[in-house]
Design a protein around this ligand. Structure first.
Ligand code: 5GP
Length: 181
């Protein structure tokens, strides 16, 4: 039996993780994939929980051995979804959620056309700027790089099956829950 695969995309700083955390309280059986990344951990992030933090060489190895369901370069680092764990969950009837950026969502659409693609959008551009600056995890130039990418990502929202506006985390999470059930 294969269960549903849902992708949540959206610009950096829009609040994807907060909305997912809230939504998963309602969906204890849904499995959130843990990505591999070449980005360095932020303070408080845990290997195996937030990401699998790998070297460039390890990431190359995963690409060459076709171990990633999708992957993309984002703001100077690479990020990818380990293939086997997601496929095993789906094969066992467990719904899977991916939190990935837009290039990855496009790859998932190609390889798994039945996936539901959801885009999380900020209520206003200023919210994105404020959130990225407020979390204090990136330098000014890294924030600018993420905002430049965000502009392009927002133009891609029409590609997605559903768009959720993150005007309120609980409300946005309830909407996401609908797409996961
Ligand atoms: P961050 O560095 O802020 O944790 O993530 C940067 C961006 O990469 C976010 O938009 C996040 O959703 C995305 N991302 C995280 N994991 C993956 C992944 O496995 N694949 C892709 N394509 N994007 C990812």
């Amino acid at each position: 039996m294969s269960a549903n695969l849902v992708v949540l995309s959206g610009p950096s700083g829009v609040g994807k993780s907060s909305v997912i955390r809230e939504a998963l309280k309602e969906l204890p059986t849904t499995w959130l994939s843990v990505s591999a990344t070449t980005r360095k951990p932020r303070p408080g992030e845990v290997h195996g929980e937030n990401y699998f933090y790998v070297s460039n060489e390890e990431f190359d190895h995963m690409i060459v051995h076709d171990e990633l369901l999708e992957w993309a370069e984002f703001a100077g680092n690479r990020y990818g979804t380990p293939r086997v764990s997601a496929q095993e969950k789906l094969a066992n009837g467990i719904p899977v959620l991916l939190e990935i950026e837009v290039q990855g969502a496009r790859q998932v659409r190609e390889s798994m056309p039945d996936a539901v693609l959801v885009f999380l959008e900020p209520p206003a551009w200023a919210d994105l700027e404020a959130r990225l600056a407020g979390r204090g995890t990136e330098s000014a130039s890294q924030i600018q790089e993420r905002l430049d990418v965000a502009l392009k990502e927002l133009e891609s929202s029409g590609f997605f099956d559903y768009v959720i506006i993150n005007d309120d985390v609980s409300r946005a999470a309830r909407e996401l829950v609908q797409y996961l059930t």
